[in-house]
Structures are given as structure tokens and as C-alpha cells.
Design a protein around this ligand. Structure first.
Ligand SMILES: [Ca+2]
Ligand SMILES: [Ca+2]
Length: 229
């Protein structure tokens, strides 16, 4: 059999799978995060993308999402060894960017943000006004000024936490595609000390790479051949 006879049915199958398979949106935890300003390891950016039960950067009691779903709640931080959020450096409360890498290109649907949620009169550390920018270029992973970033949401607001177990505040990204999401912070809710955020997730459909599409088609072909045999 010539190579064209193998490849043509493969691509035809791939196209068929792409058209017929309903796009299932995933709840996506970014694979890494970067902040242009940090307090210390106790409040590392990793605390906004941690897995349930993990303990990143020092705290002995972790505060994380109740489950990996958009309906999850995020517990309240009590300070000290009980942390689950990112904090900026003291005195740098605005003009800070957080950049999240989703690990691959995603057809985006929703950005989920769990507000800073620290007791002791510290709810005002939460983000107030912010912009959202997206990029598909690797050079954007730690450079908020990278030319590939496109601003897709301008001057949105995150409501201040009232404490307890808090739900996500959701922001629509439907119709946009990207791998890197930048949250550019314009202001917080009044703290002159630090700005914070508890957790970040995205809902969307990972974009299949051309290589994986061809593989999908080939496997379909092999199944068909096996059935015939
Ligand atoms: Ca957290
Ligand atoms: Ca702005």
C-alpha cells in the first residue's frame, strides 16, 4: 500500500472525529505560575495552583480548593502557618502581573478566580480592579510586557471576600484561544501592605496538536483494519 493510501484515510478519519466528537470542556489547573512581585515562599504563586493536599513553600497547614471543579470552595487563611494564597511584596500592591501557563493551547471558556481570603482585617488585600491578557507564545511565560499578549478583559473587578469558604468569581473568555493568561492588577481593596489571591483555574477545551490528530486518525484506521481482519 502506498503512503498516500495510508495517509488519506487517516486524515479523513481525523477530520471525522474532530467534527463528530462533542467538545468536552476541561477544568484546567495551570501547570505553573509567575508573579512580578512576591512576599516570600509562604505565599508563593504556587499556592494559587496547588493540588489538593499538597504543601508548597512552607506552611504546615494548607488551604486549597475543596475539589477540582468550578463549584469548589477555597478555605479561609488564618495567617501564620495556615496559608493558601499568593501575596505581593510589601508596599507593591498595584502594577503587579500574575502569568499562568496552561501547559498547552486551550479554547478558553471561563477564568475562575478565588479571592484572597485572610482573616484578621486582611480581606482588603484582595484584588479589586484588574485586566486579563492572553498569549500563545512561550516568551510570554514570565514577561508581562511580551508583545504577544492581547488584552481581552479591561478593568474587571473582583469582589472582596466576606470570609469562610468562598466560591470562584467567574470571567467569560469564550471565543478566545491561548496558553498563557496574565492577570494585571490595577488595585486592591485598600490594603497598603500587600495584594493577594487564593486560587486560579480555567475551563476550556485543549486544542489538539496536528501531530496528535494524525495519530488519532491512524489509530482509527488500525481499529478498522483489525475489525475487517
Ligand atoms: Ca490556594
Ligand atoms: Ca486596567
Amino acid at each position: 500500500m502506498s503512503i498516500s493510501k495510508v495517509l488519506l484515510p487517516a486524515f479523513a478519519t481525523a477530520a471525522l472525529v474532530t467534527v463528530c466528537a462533542p467538545a468536552q470542556a476541561d477544568f484546567i489547573r495551570p501547570v505553573s505560575g509567575f508573579a512580578t512581585s512576591n512576599f516570600n515562599d509562604t505565599t508563593d504563586i504556587a499556592h494559587t495552583i496547588q493540588e489538593i493536599g499538597t504543601n508548597i513553600g512552607g506552611p504546615t497547614v494548607d488551604v486549597a480548593l475543596s475539589e477540582e471543579s468550578a463549584a469548589a470552595t477555597h478555605g479561609q487563611d488564618n495567617g501564620g502557618d495556615d496559608f493558601g494564597q499568593w501575596h505581593s511584596a510589601v508596599g507593591t500592591t498595584t502594577g503587579v502581573s500574575l502569568i499562568y501557563d496552561l501547559g498547552s493551547e486551550v479554547d478558553l471558556e471561563t477564568l475562575h478566580l478565588w479571592q484572597a481570603n485572610q482573616t484578621g482585617g486582611n480581606f482588603n488585600r484582595g484584588i479589586n480592579q484588574f485586566d486579563v491578557l492572553i498569549s500563545s507564545t512561550a516568551s510570554a511565560s514570565d514577561n508581562p510586557s511580551d508583545a504577544s499578549f492581547v488584552e481581552v478583559i479591561t478593568d474587571a473587578n473582583l469582589a472582596i471576600s466576606a470570609g469562610g469558604d468562598i466560591s470562584a468569581q467567574n470571567f467569560d473568555l469564550t471565543g478566545l484561544t491561548g496558553q498563557f493568561i496574565q492577570i494585571r492588577i490595577d488595585s486592591n481593596h485598600g490594603s497598603t501592605a500587600v495584594t493577594g489571591l487564593s486560587e486560579v483555574r480555567v475551563t476550556g477545551v485543549p486544542v489538539p496538536e496536528p501531530g496528535s490528530l494524525a495519530l488519532l486518525g491512524l489509530s482509527g484506521l488500525m481499529i478498522a483494519r483489525r475489525r475487517r481482519g
